[in-house]
Ligand binder design. Structure first.
Ligand SMILES: Nc1ncnc2c1ncn2[C@@H]1O[C@H](COP(=O)(O)OP(=O)(O)OP(=O)(O)O)[C@@H](O)[C@H]1O
Ligand SMILES: [Mg+2]
Length: 625
């Protein structure tokens, strides 16, 4: 088609044209330092590695401070030993020098450990933020087919607790590593004091580790289940909060509380089982090193009495015994946390690996200044995941809407009218055939430019908890107030907005629920009118306003729609009256097309649909006939 050349531009050359950039492109937050490895064959840690290596300087500094601080800490008992043996027992050295040495070590160790913890957590939180913005960015790119099958609560849970468990591993993993290093150093010092005593001290360690292993085997599946159940509770709460009006109107609170309570009980069961497993093993794991301590006192005390080792050495030794118990427990914790982070990252990668079903193809072009010719060419479409044996929603659907034409799409409920609108905005891709704008297949166009020129108003519009002005200006946040007011006037919302206490600055409640259904619809209509798309779909957009207001809207729209391609989906005759032409949708295809009077006379199916949909709306019927 010849129009193809004039209405599209290479994405590269038109990149500067205003209005096509999705809102998310503007960086309000710094972009992530790195992204996970997209290779699915790699293990979860290797996939996350780029995020860590991007912070390698910080991790390097952390390591230096950590090792230095640790060495100082481990050397303290040795200084103590020297002080006792030399200054107290043999009285050959000065106590003061030892005191100063210990004080200096304390100050330096404080500085180093502070720097090390600060840097470590700084890096861990940075990575958490990176991961969060990567996930949210990906979520904004995912298509409707993804959101059709996943619950919001589930996504929220993944984006929160799963990121947190990875962050915990990142912060505590290096801590545990250093802690193991302190174990090695401490054991080295212990060996230098007395070898058999050292062997006695570490004798309980394998047992501690084995017990820890058993505990982890028990705890891991339980914590996995618990995490899932927490998401379940979040989902019930989320649905109940969003659906609170339905719940209340059916007085179904008790049922919903029972539902939540079942989910909560399931959570309680697994959480209790988790605590139970921990409570059984933890005290045992803690008690074992104390047993070791007792045996060291027995054997070491005897050695000291026999004068085989000094008192200072025994004191230093017992400090080390306390020191080596911590790394072992830390190791246990970190092994558990690793398992948890592995599971969490699996859940996160499930989202990140989800390929957006609808995305700009390479080399997609911007749709620039279209005339607004719409063509559905032999379209077949079934929703992803729908029963393959069921007939597709649309099959052999052909429709051409000329630039500036207003076409009413009429059909029984569930016949696929809204689906037609969704395909035009490319919320989904067709299975066969094509949707064309000015001769360009929508799949060849950039989504941002397509949705800049094609907009739809639905019967259940979603408003944000912002001011009315911000809601109307959603598509054009920088629109001046007088343009907002003009759009609002055309949509017949200016009147009631003026009666609100704060006018256009009035903040509407969640999802706009402080407004009536008809008021919400008018704000949504104003929002689309301000965006000024070349192609507008009104999907039952005025179903909730009364006939008088609708008529006012129509007379305002008549002027506004004149040079705009408009598809009106409606049940009411009064709305259909807005159209130049009516097409009847049945069995997934257009079965009749013509003006209202022709169709009414020639097409019994049309008359039947109007009768069933509009039977009570006499006034509008009279208005039309
Ligand atoms: N997101 C979805 N996932 C799966 N199936 C869907 C989805 N949305 C709609 N459907 C199915 O597709 C068919 C067409 O739905 P559509 O919403 O297009 O009907 P409609 O003509 O707009 O109906 P109404 O007049 O009631 O608004 C219906 O059978 C519906 O169950
Ligand atoms: Mg519909």
């Amino acid at each position: 088609m010849s129009g193809a050349d004039t209405t599209v531009a290479e994405a590269g050359t038109a990149a500067n044209s205003p209005g096509f950039e999705p809102l998310t492109v503007e960086d309000r937050y710094p972009p992530p330092a790195a992204r996970p490895d997209p290779n699915r064959d790699k293990g979860w840690f290797r996939r996350l590695l780029p995020l860590l290596t991007a912070r390698r300087l910080t991790f390097g500094a952390t390591l230096v401070c950590g090792v230095a601080g640790l060495t100082l800490q481990v050397s303290v008992p040795m200084v103590l030993r020297h002080a006792i043996d030399v200054a107290l027992e043999e009285r050959t050295g000065s106590l003061e020098a030892h005191v100063w040495a210990l004080a200096a070590i304390a100050v330096a160790a404080f500085g180093l450990r502070f720097a090390y913890r600060y840097l470590l957590f700084w890096a861990a939180y940075r990575i958490e933020t990176d991961l969060r913005s990567i996930i949210y960015e990906h979520l904004t790119r995912l298509s409707f087919s993804f959101y059709d099958r996943i619950a919001a609560g589930e996504v929220i849970s993944r984006a929160n607790s799963d990121i947190r468990s990875i962050q915990l591993l990142l912060a505590f993993g290096p801590l545990a590593g250093l802690s193991m290093l302190s174990f090695v150093l401490a054991v080295g010092f212990m060996l230098s004091i007395h070898v058999p005593l050292t062997l006695l001290a570490v004798a309980t360690m394998p047992l501690v580790f084995l017990l820890g292993q058993r505990m982890r085997d028990l705890v891991f599946p339980l914590s996995w289940i618990t995490q899932g159940r927490m998401a379940e509770v979040a989902m019930v709460v989320d649905e109940n909060l969003s659906g609170t009006r339905v719940v209340k109107s059916f007085a179904a609170e008790a049922d919903q509380i029972a539902l939540l309570s079942r989910a909560a009980q399931r959570l309680r069961w697994s959480a209790t089982a988790l605590v139970d497993a921990r409570a059984r093993f933890n005290p045992l794991i803690e008690a074992l090193p104390r047993l070791g301590m007792a045996s060291i006192l027995l054997y070491g005390g005897w050695l000291a009495i026999e004068d085989r080792i000094g008192v200072g050495a025994l004191l230093a030794f017992s400090s080390y015994v306390i020191m080596i118990a911590v790394p072992f427990r830390m190791l246990g914790f970190i092994l558990l946390q690793t398992q948890r982070a592995a599971a969490s990252s699996q859940r996160i990668f499930e989202i990140l690996d989800e390929v957006p079903a609808v995305a700009d193809r390479p080399g997609a072009r911007h749709l620039v200044d279209p005339t607004g010719r719409v063509e559905f060419r032999d379209v077949r479409f079934a929703y992803p995941g729908a029963d393959p044996d069921a007939p597709p929603v649309l099959d052999g659907f052909d429709l051409v809407v000329e630039p500036g034409e207003t076409v009413a799409l009429v059909g029984r409920t569930g016949c696929g009218k809204t689906t037609v609108a969704r395909l035009l905005c490319r919320f989904y891709d067709v299975d066969a055939g094509g949707v064309l704008i000015d001769g360009n297949d929508v799949r060849d166009l950039t989504l941002a430019s397509l949705r800049h020129h094609v907009n739809q108003v639905t019967d259940e519009p979603f408003l944000f908890s912002e001011s009315i002005r911000d809601n109307i200006a959603f598509g054009r946040p920088d629109a001046p107030l007088d343009e907002v007011v003009r759009a609002s006037t055309a949509a017949q919302s200016h009147g009631f907005v003026g009666e609100l206490a704060d006018g256009y600055d009035e903040v509407v409640g969640e999802r706009g629920y402080t407004l009536s259904g008809g008021q919400r619809q008018r704000i949504a209509l104003a929002r689309s009118l301000l965006a000024n798309p070349r192609i507008l779909v009104l999907d039952d957009a005025t179903s909730a306003v009364d006939v008088q207001v609708e008529e006012n809207i129509h007379s305002a729209l008549r002027g506004l729609l004149a040079d705009r391609t408009t598809i009106v989906i409606a049940h009411r005759l009064s709305t259909i009256a807005l159209a130049d032409r009516v097409v009847l949708l049945e069995g997934g295809r257009v079965v009749a097309s013509g003006n209202h009077t022709e169709l009414l006379a020639s097409e019994p199916r049309y008359a039947a649909i109007l009768a069933s949909a509009d039977g009570h709306d006499d006034s509008s019927e009279q208005a039309l006939l």
